[in-house]
Write a protein that binds this ligand. Structure first.
Ligand SMILES: Nc1ncnc2c1ncn2[C@@H]1O[C@H](COP(=O)(O)OP(=O)(O)OP(=O)(O)O)[C@@H](O)[C@H]1O
Ligand SMILES: [Mg+2]
Length: 271
């Protein structure tokens, strides 16, 4: 299997005229698990959306396997896009389809295969994420953690070269989150050439899975290196981030309730 690095070169990105990412240059190496860390709103998902070519950069380029994705013609772009599996933040399962159908979707959309083979392919990856017994369940009959695992199964059903996971552990309890991390490590072991990118603000998770780390702050890349170097960094913001301390947002949370609102509320609660 070919290995595909993901490379950002002076990437500027945003929505409409509004810039979000500024001058991001980094390589996410093929065959490794890279973790993109940053506070909420820093631009992590935006970076991910630019890897899958959902938006065109405002400046700079994104190269995958050495190719500028926006220089490809549409047939080549689609061919590239097929080799990427994405686990969206909420699993993004279709409510009208059961798990097996959801998971088989990347295949059934494009391949003319008999139902029985599609189902078998879905069951194979559902088994990898421990959901084989739930193949007939609908998304609303599952827990959040199960939906995320199903989303992971769907992301890998077509054996992508690039696996992108947006917050695979957010909203999960620590035990379920740790199991999700183990699943990612399993995928990494099973597909050693796959480029895996995990967007996260889960610091425990990053320690468990990361081989390469980017940290984004307000749209700028402030760290690009190994997890060991990040953990040993003396840089103030990185230390605060790793120790989960908030630098300056504390005060705004301390504002007292307006007394008029408070007394109206008290009257209502007592009524
Ligand atoms: N479709 C969009 N249109 C306009 N602005 C957007 C859009 N998506 C994101 N943004 C803006 O881009 C900035 C970065 O958002 P992004 O979703 O990349 O953050 P994030 O780091 O993934 O945050 P979180 O950890 O909360 O998921 C935010 O200020 C957000 O308001
Ligand atoms: Mg996000």
């Amino acid at each position: 299997m070919e290995k595909w690095d993901i490379e950002f070169s002076h990437l500027d990105a945003g929505y409409g005229a509004r810039p979000v990412l500024r001058d991001v240059s980094a390589v996410l190496p093929a065959g490794k698990i890279s973790v993109i860390l940053g506070e909420s709103g820093s631009g992590k998902s935006t970076l991910l959306k630019h890897i899958i070519g959902l938006f065109r950069p405002m400046g700079g380029v994104v190269r995958i396997g050495g190719e500028d994705i926006f220089s490809l013609n549409s047939a080549k772009f689609r061919r590239l896009r097929r080799r990427m599996g994405v686990l969206f933040q909420d699993g993004a399962l279709l409510g009208a389809l059961n798990l097996a159908e959801n998971v088989a979707l990347p295949l059934s959309e494009h391949l003319d295969l008999p139902q029985i083979l599609l189902r078998e392919a879905a069951l194979r990856v559902l088994a990898m994420v421990g959901l084989e017994d739930f193949a007939g369940y609908y998304p609303n009959q599952l827990s959040g953690g199960m939906r995320k695992r199903a989303g992971l199964a769907r992301a890998i059903v077509a054996e992508p070269r690039i696996l992108l996971c947006d917050e695979p552990t957010s909203g999960l309890d620590p035990v379920t989150a740790a199991r999700m991390d183990e699943l990612l490590l399993d995928m990494h072991a099973r597909y050693p050439e796959m480029t895996i990118v995990v967007v996260s603000h889960d610091l425990a998770g990053f320690r468990a899975v990361a081989e390469h780390v980017l940290v984004i702050r307000d749209g700028g890349l402030i760290f690009n290196g190994s997890p060991e170097d990040l953990v040993n960094s003396r840089e103030t913001y990185l230390r605060q981030f790793l120790e989960r301390r908030s630098g300056d947002s504390g005060q705004s949370l301390q504002r007292p309730m307006n007394p008029v609102v408070r007394s109206a509320l008290a009257k209502w609660l007592a009524s």
